[in-house]
Ligand binder design. Structure first.
Ligand SMILES: [Ca+2]
Ligand SMILES: [Ca+2]
Ligand SMILES: [Ca+2]
Length: 290
């Protein structure tokens, strides 16, 4: 269990400063510079980062984003292995969808790393705002079925702020096992604020930054998801026309409509999704995982 004490005056000063965004919300943190290369003319795409050892997967079907993984395998990973995002049953702003990036693990042959960015219509916790981007990552061994094939997960709540907490769980030596329910690993977003944790106790002890705590909600609906593609070859550039940010899905914030997740810029008044998609802190070392 991790307890971080944050002086109340420090939070007040941050709030009073009126700085951009939310001091206890997801800034995008110290992420690498985003790649905003347009998709045109990028047919060559990225070579498989594992030296081609996943090329069989790519050879077995269309590989639209050129990363060496077939579209079918990427969709299978994003569907069968996607953890349950346990949004509290009484969350006041639960409208959401998940943007995924599914890629060969950059250093571990045959394994797949996934960025899952949970996008919400609104953050309605303390100092809330339109839009909310909250990321977690996980590594999959596709040779094993879910849930055992999910080797490890990592969540970072309120990245780049005084409220930041990083939690990691998994099947590697020295890691705490992940919680599972109904055959899926569980990620806990804090109520209303949506900061992600893979350890519920850490969320519940973050009582200043996440006053609503976290809860296990096995009934949390599976929200729609969209595959973003890769930095060198995007699969989407408009999350309304090609994704889930629509009025029909209950989204209400006009500034979020037609958002391009690969173009630098805030998601509403939250973080920059183009940085979330390339944030290497979500790529977990699973060399000690079985
Ligand atoms: Ca691919
Ligand atoms: Ca991909
Ligand atoms: Ca938030």
């Amino acid at each position: 269990m991790v307890r971080t004490r944050v002086p109340l005056f420090a939070l007040y000063v941050l709030w009073a400063c009126g700085s951009s965004g939310d001091p206890i919300d997801s800034g995008s943190g110290p992420a690498p510079a985003p790649t905003t290369t347009t998709s045109s003319g990028a047919d060559s795409g990225l070579p498989p980062a594992d030296g081609g050892q996943t090329s069989d997967s790519g050879a077995n079907g269309t590989d639209s984003d050129g990363d060496g993984l077939s579209d079918a395998l990427e969709e299978k990973i994003a569907t069968d292995y996607l953890p349950l995002v346990s949004v509290d049953a009484s969350d006041k702003c639960p409208t959401r969808g998940i943007l995924v990036r599914v890629s060969p693990h950059p250093t571990e042959a045959g394994r797949i790393t996934v960025w899952a960015i949970v996008l919400y219509d609104e953050d309605c916790g303390a100092n809330g705002h339109p839009g909310d981007d909250e990321t977690f990552g996980f590594v999959v061994d596709p040779k094993k079925p879910a849930p055992d094939g999910v080797l490890a997960m990592r969540a970072i709540s309120h990245q780049g702020t005084v409220c930041e907490h990083t939690t990691t769980c998994g099947r590697c030596d020295g890691m705490t096992p992940c919680d599972t329910t109904m055959g899926r690993q569980v990620v806990y977003p804090s109520k209303d604020k949506h900061g992600n944790y893979v350890d519920k106790d850490t969320c519940d002890s973050s009582f200043i930054c996440d006053s609503g705590g976290c809860s296990l909600n096995p009934a949390a609906a599976t929200p729609p998801h969209v595959n973003a593609g890769e930095p060198m070859k995007h699969l989407v550039d408009d999350l309304t026309k090609q994704g889930f940010i629509t009025m029909a899905n209950g989204w209400q914030q006009p500034t979020l409509m037609n958002y391009d997740p690969w173009m630098a810029g805030k998601f509403g008044e939250a973080g920059d999704v183009s940085k979330d998609l390339v944030d290497e802190t979500f790529v977990i070392d699973t060399t000690k995982c079985q």
